[in-house]
Design a binder for this molecule. Structure first.
Ligand SMILES: Cc1cc2nc3c(=O)[nH]c(=O)nc-3n(C[C@H](O)[C@H](O)[C@H](O)COP(=O)(O)OP(=O)(O)OC[C@H]3O[C@@H](n4cnc5c(N)ncnc54)[C@H](O)[C@@H]3O)c2cc1C
Length: 354
C-alpha cells in the first residue's frame, strides 16, 4: 500500500462503525471469559496451538523470528501495528508537513512530544504514554522502533556495557561476534562526504563546525541507510525525504534497512515465519499444563476489535518493547495469571532518555 491515507474518521463515524461491527457479527461464536467487556461489540474467538510465538516485530522480535526459523522452528509473530511498505516516491508514512492520523497509535495519550495532538483513531506509528511522573514514546508497526528510529548505530564501550548489563553477558563475545553481525545485517555505514557537502546538509556542517570550535570531537556515526537514496533525492530522482529531515515518521522513499526490510524479510523468506498484523496481545497467562496462553484482539486499521484469538504455545518470546513487555508482565503478575514472576517486574524502568 502506498496511497495517502486521506479520509479522517470523526469520533461519531467511528462509534457508528463500531456499532456496525458489533451488529455484523452478532451470530458469531462468543466464548465467556475471553470475550469483550460489557458494552463492547461481540466478536468471534478462535483458538489454536502454535509451535513458537513472538510478541512484537521490532529489533528483538525480528532477530528472534529469524534465528528460530533458521533453526527449523515455525514461528508466529504477533504485531499490533500495520505494515508500512516503502519505495521511491511512496507516500506511506506521514511527514512533518502532512501530520495526520497515521502518526498516532489509537491508544496513545492525546499528546506528542508535550503538545496536544488529537487525531481520529488509527493503528498509527507512535504510541505516547504519559503519566504524572514520566512520559515515553514507542513505535507500532511491522519493524517496531526501527521504522522511526534515527538509525544511530552505536556500539557501547566496554566500561559502559559492563556498568549497565548483567555480568552473564560477556562484552568480549558481543564485541567479536554480535555487534559486527548486527552491523552487517543492518548494513550500517556512514554518509559519504559528497552528500554531507551538498546544500541539503548545510545545517549539519554548521553544527559540526561550531562543535569543533568549542573543542568537542566530531565524528560520523554509522546508520542503516543506503545513502544512494539521499543522493538520488539531491539529483531530483525522488521526492525529498532524507534530505529534508523527514525521517522521524519513517522514510517514504525506502533505503532504510529497518527490521521489516532485513531480519523479518529474511525470516518470512524461510517460509517458517508468519507475521500477523493488527494482532494486539491483551494478556498472557500460564496454563496448568505449563503452556503459555496468549490472548489477542484482532483489529481493523482504526483500532476496532474485529476478532479475538487465544493461542497456546510452549515457546513464548516477549519482544513488545520495554513499555509494552513490561505492561504485559505487570498485568500477569498483578492478576496472578503467571504465578512465579520475580518481584523486580515493573521496577527500575526508565523512559526514552535511558
Ligand atoms: C523516536 C525514536 C528514535 C530512536 N532513535 C534511535 C537511534 O537512533 N539509535 C538507536 O539505537 N535507538 C534508537 N531508538 C531506540 C530504539 O528504537 C529501541 O531501543 C528499539 O526499537 C527497541 O527494540 P525492541 O525490539 O525492544 O522494541 P520495539 O522496536 O519497540 O518493538 C516492539 C514491537 O512490539 C509491538 N507491540 C507492542 N505491544 C504489543 C502487543 N501488546 N501486542 C502485539 N504487538 C505489540 C510494537 O508495535 C512494536 O512493533 C529510538 C527510539 C525512538 C522512539
Amino acid at each position: 500500500m502506498s496511497g495517502v491515507e486521506k479520509p479522517q474518521t470523526t469520533r461519531r463515524t467511528f462509534l457508528k462503525g463500531a456499532a456496525a461491527v458489533g451488529a455484523g457479527v452478532a451470530g458469531a461464536q462468543f466464548i465467556p471469559g475471553v470475550g469483550p467487556a460489557t458494552g463492547a461489540p461481540r466478536v468471534r474467538t478462535d483458538r489454536s496451538e502454535q509451535r513458537a510465538i513472538v510478541i512484537g516485530s521490532g529489533f528483538g522480535g525480528g532477530v528472534a523470528a529469524l534465528r528460530l526459523a533458521q533453526a527449523g522452528v515455525n514461528v508466529l509473530v504477533l504485531e499490533r501495528g500495520r505494515r508500512w511498505p516503502t519505495g521511491p516516491n511512496a507516500r506511506t508514512f506521514p511527514t512533518a508537513k502532512t501530520m495526520d492520523r497515521r502518526v498516532m497509535w489509537h491508544k496513545s495519550a492525546p499528546n506528542l512530544f508535550g503538545r496536544p495532538f488529537g487525531t481520529d483513531p488509527y493503528v498509527g506509528l507512535f504510541e505516547t504514554v504519559v503519566s504524572p511522573t514520566m512520559s515515553a514514546v514507542c513505535a507500532a508497526g511491522v519493524g517496531g522502533g526501527s521504522l522511526v528510529y534515527l538509525g544511530m548505530t552505536l556500539q557501547p564501550k566496554r566500561s559502559v556495557f559492563n556498568a549497565w548489563f548483567p555480568d552473564a553477558l560477556d562484552y568480549s563475545t558481543m564485541d567479536r561476534v554480535h555487534y559486527p553481525r548486527v552491523a552487517r545485517m543492518l548494513k550500517a555505514n556512514v554518509a559519504p562526504d559528497a552528500l554531507i557537502n551538498s546544500h541539503a546538509y548545510r545545517g549539519a556542517r554548521e553544527f559540526a563546525k561550531r562543535a569543533r570550535r568549542a573543542g568537542m570531537p566530531v565524528e560520523k556515526l554509522a546508520a542503516p541507510i543506503d545513502w544512494n537514496y539521499a543522493i538520488a533525492e539531491n539529483h531530483g530522482r525522488m521526492r525529498r525525504s532524507y534530505t529534508i529531515g523527514d525521517t522521524l515518521f519513517g522514510v517514504n522513499n525506502g533505503g532504510k534497512h529497518s527490521i521489516d526490510a532485513t531480519y523479518l524479510r529474511q525470516a518470512e523468506a524461510t517460509g517458517r515465519v508468519t507475521v500477523a498484523t493488527q494482532h494486539e496481545v491483551t494478556s498472557i497467562a500460564r496454563g496448568r499444563d505449563g503452556k503459555w496462553i496468549v490472548n489477542v484482539s484482532r483489529t481493523d486499521k482504526f483500532g476496532r476489535v474485529v476478532g479475538r484469538k487465544v493461542y497456546t504455545t510452549r515457546a513464548l518470546i516477549l519482544a513488545a518493547g520495554s513499555l509494552n513487555t513490561s505492561k504485559l508482565l505487570v498485568k500477569a503478575k498483578r492478576t496472578g495469571a503467571i504465578s512465579n514472576l520475580p518481584d523486580g517486574v515493573g521496577h527500575g524502568w526508565g523512559t526514552n532518555g535511558d
